[in-house]
Design a protein around this ligand. Structure first.
Ligand code: HEC
Length: 112
C-alpha cells in the first residue's frame, strides 16, 4: 500500500518534470527564432536595446512582457512601431518571445 503510493507519486512527479522541461525548451528556441527575425534590430537578442528609445527587455517579467505585447497588438497601448510589430505575432509567438527575454539572467547594482 505504502509502496504503491510512493510509486504513483514518483510517476506523477516524473511526468510533470518531463512535461515542463520539454515545454520550456521548445518555447525558448521558438522564442529565440522570432526574436532573431523580428526584435533583435532594436532590442538585441540579449534584450539590451541597441535602438535609442527602445526598452531593455532582458530579465523582464514574463507576465509583464506578454501583457504589453497583447496591449500593443490590440491597440490598448499605442506606439507606432510596436503596434506594427505586435500585429505580426500570434499568441504562441508572444508566449515564446516573452519566455526568451524573461529567461535572460541579469544582475543589478545599486547606484553608489
Ligand atoms: C524597429 C524597432 C523595434 C522592433 C523591431 C521591436 N521593438 Fe519593441 N519597442 C521598440 C520601441 C521604440 C519601444 C518603446 C515603445 C513605447 O514607448 O511604448 C518598444 C517597446 C517594447 C516593449 C514594451 C517594454 C516595456 O517596458 O513596457 C516590449 C515588451 C517590446 N517592445 C517587445 C518587442 C518584441 C518582443 C519585439 C519582436 C517581436 C519587438 N519589440 C520589436 C522598438 C522595437
Amino acid at each position: 500500500m505504502k509502496r504503491s503510493s510512493h510509486i504513483k507519486f514518483w510517476l506523477f512527479a516524473t511526468a510533470l518534470g518531463a512535461l515542463s522541461l520539454t515545454a520550456q525548451a521548445a518555447d525558448l528556441q521558438a522564442g529565440k527564432n522570432v526574436v532573431e527575425m523580428r526584435c533583435q534590430n532594436c532590442h538585441a537578442l540579449n534584450g539590451i536595446a541597441t535602438l535609442p528609445g527602445a526598452a531593455n527587455l532582458a530579465g523582464q517579467q514574463d507576465e509583464y512582457l506578454r501583457r504589453q505585447l497583447k496591449a500593443y497588438r490590440s491597440g490598448e497601448r499605442q506606439d507606432p512601431v510596436m503596434g506594427v510589430v505586435a500585429k505580426m505575432l500570434t499568441d504562441e509567438d508572444i508566449a515564446n518571445v516573452s519566455a526568451w527575454y524573461a529567461s535572460i539572467k541579469i544582475t543589478v547594482t545599486d547606484p553608489e
